[in-house]
Design a protein around this ligand. Structure first.
Ligand code: SF4
Ligand code: SF4
Length: 61
């Protein structure tokens, strides 16, 4: 899988880091960063939580 944040769309609200059960995101300098992509379960909760559509999760396989 791959998880990405489009930085220019991110408002820094932090909802994705709260929504993710795996701790994939960390908030730094007012933006969300993907820090543990390998832990992603492809649940897509982060995409749903982001009102700015800043997150893309691409499923493997
Ligand atoms: S939910 Fe979206 S806008 Fe909010 S911090 Fe995460 S990526 Fe940024
Ligand atoms: S798809 Fe689920 S596990 Fe993967 S980063 Fe988003 S919220 Fe976290």
């Amino acid at each position: 899988m791959s998880v990405s944040v489009t930085p220019e769309r991110c408002s820094g609200c932090g909802f994705c880091s709260i929504a993710c059960p795996q701790g994939v995101f960390e908030m730094k300098e007012g933006r969300s960063h993907v820090v543990r992509e390998e832990e992603c379960l492809e649940c897509h909760l982060c995409e749903v939580s982001c009102e700015n559509e800043a997150i893309t999760v691409k499923d493997s396989g």
